[in-house]
Design a protein around this ligand. Structure first.
Ligand code: 13P
Ligand code: SF4
Length: 328
């Protein structure tokens, strides 16, 4: 059986849209109807007419579609979870709020902003507190807007994203627990991170600059602040793709983000900013067989791996996501 052919046939037959993030394996990515960064996928997948969304990505991405469009049936060929999103749950969130309270910072003086790489429950908690969601492509705008509230921003879960945008905006930031008094910071970051983007180091950049003095360094904002400080371009996955594809063919570029995406960017003059292969293990779990099995389960009337989010969580998480969509 040619799995690829079978998947194409099933897609034609069923009321389904297949969605894939840029970090998916090539064979899965090529069969998607919609591809994009986290923001584009959440927006576009929820706006389709299809009854079923088959989401090739990680858990928070499928959940975001379900939250925005609860009437849709969202299935994930692999129930894979972003390890950064798992670094925070509601209990940790509340524990960290209590720490802030112990410094004399009251809840009513805190505006929480959660990176979209977080669970539906964390988004709901943030929504309940008047906060909102951001992604790597709109974080600047969202933080800028958030600051107008006059409150301190509590940024979860990615400390790197919070710190990188604070630096870009000329603001003071701290990571809760790093010894700094959070009263001295405009943006207080939770201590979460992406293990994949931590693989890139300033020394990797020095290596490439020494080897190719005219090379351009482009990285994702989940990279460490020391890496971002040395880079020429910082952007979400979509912004990186757009930028790199606009470069002259002979312009060398080295990229600090996930391997699958970088590997399909350009034929020549594109390098990966690491001596080890920076693959996101959970993004890589979804196989062609998983995609086929999920589509077949719809055809058989027994859909598998469906995403469910409880009504009260949907209510508040949707408010947090809608506040983001209103701004970006
Ligand atoms: P993007 O929103 O830039 O696609 O990022 C998602 C992600 O998980 C990067 O590691
Ligand atoms: Fe999560 Fe990092 Fe994988 Fe992105 S690359 S999905 S942040 S673990």
């Amino acid at each position: 059986m040619d799995l690829r052919e079978e998947i194409i046939k099933l897609k034609e037959k069923l009321d389904v849209t297949v969605v894939a993030h840029f970090y998916q394996k090539d064979e899965v990515f090529e069969l998607a109807d919609i591809v994009g960064d986290s923001l584009e996928l959440a927006r576009r997948a929820s706006q389709t007419d299809s009854e079923y969304i088959v989401f090739c990505g990680v858990g928070f991405m499928g959940q975001s579609v379900k939250i925005i469009a609860p009437e849709k049936r969202v299935l994930m060929p692999k129930v894979a979870c972003c390890s950064m999103a798992r670094m925070i749950d509601v209990a940790y969130f509340d524990e960290n709020l209590a720490k802030l309270n112990s410094y004399g910072i009251k809840n009513e003086d805190i505006l929480p902003i959660t990176y979209i790489n977080s669970s539906a429950e964390v988004k709901a908690r943030v929504g309940q507190m008047g906060g909102l969601v951001c992604t790597s492509s709109n974080a600047f705008k969202i933080i800028e807007q958030g600051l107008k509230s006059g409150k301190k921003i509590f940024f979860v879960p990615d400390r790197c994203l919070g710190q990188n945008f604070a630096i870009k905006m000329g603001l003071k930031s701290c990571v809760l627990g790093d010894g700094t008094n959070p009263n001295d910071a405009d943006i207080i970051c939770y201590d979460g991170f992406c293990a994949v983007h931590q693989l890139f180091t300033p020394e990797d950049i020095d290596f490439y600059r020494a080897k190719y003095p005219d090379i351009i360094v482009a990285v994702h904002p989940e990279c460490d602040i020391k890496v971002v400080a040395k880079a020429d371009f910082i952007g979400s996955t979509s912004q990186l793709i757009q930028y790199i594809k606009s470069l002259p063919e002979d312009q060398k570029v080295v990229v600090g983000t996930e391997y699958n995406m970088v590997n399909r960017l350009r034929e020549k003059n594109t390098y990966i900013l690491s001596s080890t292969k920076p693959e996101c293990p959970t993004m890589n779990e979804t196989s062609l067989q998983d995609l086929y099995d999920t589509l077949k389960s719809i055809e058989d009337g027994k859909p598998t791996n469906e995403v469910f989010v409880s009504e009260d969580v949907v209510h508040w998480a949707k408010i947090a996501l809608q506040r983001m969509f209103e701004i970006s």
